[in-house]
Design a protein around this ligand. Sequence first.
Ligand SMILES: Nc1ncnc2c1ncn2[C@@H]1O[C@H](COP(=O)(O)OP(=O)(O)OP(=O)(O)O)[C@@H](O)[C@H]1O
Length: 306
Amino acid sequence: MAEPDKKFEGEQVEVTADTPLIESVSEDVSAEVGDFIQQAAQQNEAAADALPDVKNKPGPYISFEHVYKSFGEFVVLEDVSFFVYPGETLCILGRSGVGKSVSLQMLLGFLKPDKGMIKVAGENICGFKERELQEIRRKVTMVFQNGALFDSITVGENVAFPMRERGEMAEDQILQVVKGLLEMVGVAGMESLLPSDLSTGMKRSIAIARALASQPEAVLYDEPTTMVDPLMAHLLGDLIERLKQQLHLTSIVVTHDMRLAKKLADRVVFLSAGKAIFFGTMGEMEQSQDPILQEFLALDELVTPV
Ligand SMILES: Nc1ncnc2c1ncn2[C@@H]1O[C@H](COP(=O)(O)OP(=O)(O)OP(=O)(O)O)[C@@H](O)[C@H]1O
């Protein structure tokens, strides 16, 4: 059952278009985090430039090439291919159980494909050892549905975690970046709260701030708008879009939320019965005569009327 969207424990705060949350989401980034963001954006542009040049276009940042995955007799993915270019957003769509989360887990090396190649930044990661996979997980970070925050430490400590782990920044600089990142994702001043004090939507915003703290080149979002109210879903969608624009982040978004896919996706891949039955733009998907795609689009209109 969906967790209710609350702001603070014991305090009923209604999120409306006038709350600071919305103002800060639409504002430019603060000076504190400016340098950090600038550095991340430059790093992402440099990473994109370093990718193999295919006919003067940079190669995909992430690609699945003829990927197969089964659990015992149960076939999850069968000859699935798709890609996402640097700085672009790919949405993975499909009904429950088609292998969307399994795809993300393979992309981070938590699961191995049976056959095929998964490339990140031009390298096939399928044969990578744990150390090399850890470097991939620094470049490509995941924002989990539940935020996956550490419950026993504060919001500020959660966001600072990747920077402290890397040990490259002075403590006062880390605190400034934490402050700026929280401001950037619309939850300014919440450093000293515990994750249990926060709503699902806020946990997700903080999980995004923590993901950004490791200065990733790509971010994977697993159902970012599920179990939050429509306004929070809209804000999270705006935030993901803004991060793409400001940081040139490559993003993969697993979602059932067609409005979100329409807002964010440069391309979508639609998984069904083990196959990628569609890979293209949202506009092309809407024009498709494939009955499975038509049914999915029609169902979405029934569930979320405009
Ligand atoms: N480690 C595993 N061992 C065995 N089966 C698994 C494992 N992980 C996933 N599966 C199965 O693989 C299938 C695809 O799972 P996956 O979680 O990727 O679906 P999904 O498309 O993300 O669905 P949903 O939208 O409901 O989250 C499911 O039938 C699931 O039970």
